[in-house]
Design a protein around this ligand. Sequence first.
Ligand code: NDP
Ligand code: CA
Length: 336
Amino acid sequence: NDYWTSALRCVPLSRVCSSLPGPNHIRVLQWNVLSQALGQENDNFVCCPGEALEWQTRRFQMLEEILHSNPDIICLQEVDHFGFLYKALSCVGYAGTFFPKPDSPCLYVPGNNGPDGCAIFFKSEKFQLMSIDTRILEVWRVQSNQVAILAWLTVRETGDQLLVCTTHLKARKGALLSTLRNEQGRDLLEFVAKQALLVEGETGKQPPVILCGDFNAEPSEPVYTTILSDKRLCLSSAYAQYPLDSEKGDMANGNCMQQLREPPYTTWKVRESEGEVCHTIDYVFHSQSSLLVESVLEFPSGEEIGPGRVPSLRYPSDHFSLVCDFHLLSTDAKRC
Ligand code: NDP
Ligand code: CA
């Protein structure tokens, strides 16, 4: 109906086609969907109208945003209504799994719907699930409150392998927390690298890796460098290497440095305690040699977002969804 049409996020359709040609073209959607309990009770989004945070409204917008991109793989954080997403997405051909945070802050919100956590969905027609592994991330060998899910998938038509991992690292500012995130990042890499070795042992090839999530860390933080400099996985950041339309002019003028920049924001909100927060903390990392980035979905401009920023009646989360089209090559993932 008209309401839902006008409430939809404006997606540049030229960058998002309805289906990708060939089994080895893979579209990934990465999104911190904003936990219903935290968004309504803890976040203090002072410029967001109350009705935009109502679950009855938000849940369909969330679903619309996911389905509009027609992703093959969906990686989500702050999921505290997995049952709703599971029911809806399984009706349209997705299989999925959820792993909660051990001591989710949602559990302290009156009337909560259970803990929040990470979720992975994938098109079951396209992929066969080989295994799912989960981890409570450790910091100096002690479990933290942050988690990760790792799915080993096989492309049904070609038999090619893929590891998909998603996480939501510790939030908040400060040097100690930045160190903590870096340690969580190290543990995450260890978790993924171990599984990659296992798959290599079984298949004879190092599998391509997609590692995405809300890392709660700007590109200047140590964890960003830790991930990109891992010699076992050789990862790149999909949005950093793909120039935005607005930057193509600079590229044409020979300014190649633009190519290595992350976008200016993946989240943009106004909180009572912090004021306006606009920065890049969500990423889609991928194996450099075996997953080629074909396109990425641009984020809406400040004008499209509006002065109240997000969430809003138009955008159901304070984070934007990252959507990347990859071409999966049938080569060994190694060789940085
Ligand atoms: P995190 O610090 O990782 O953050 C939890 C959530 O808060 C994230 O989803 C984050 O969103 C959001 N957040 C980040 N910054 C702010 C902010 N300035 N204002 C409001 N929300 C923000 O928490 P942990 O998962 O490590 O859990 C915190 C611990 O606190 C738990 O162990 C729990 O026991 C405890 N707790 C206790 C409560 C109580 O009432 N006793 C209440 C809440 C938590 P994003 O990632 O998008 O930035
Ligand atoms: Ca949040």
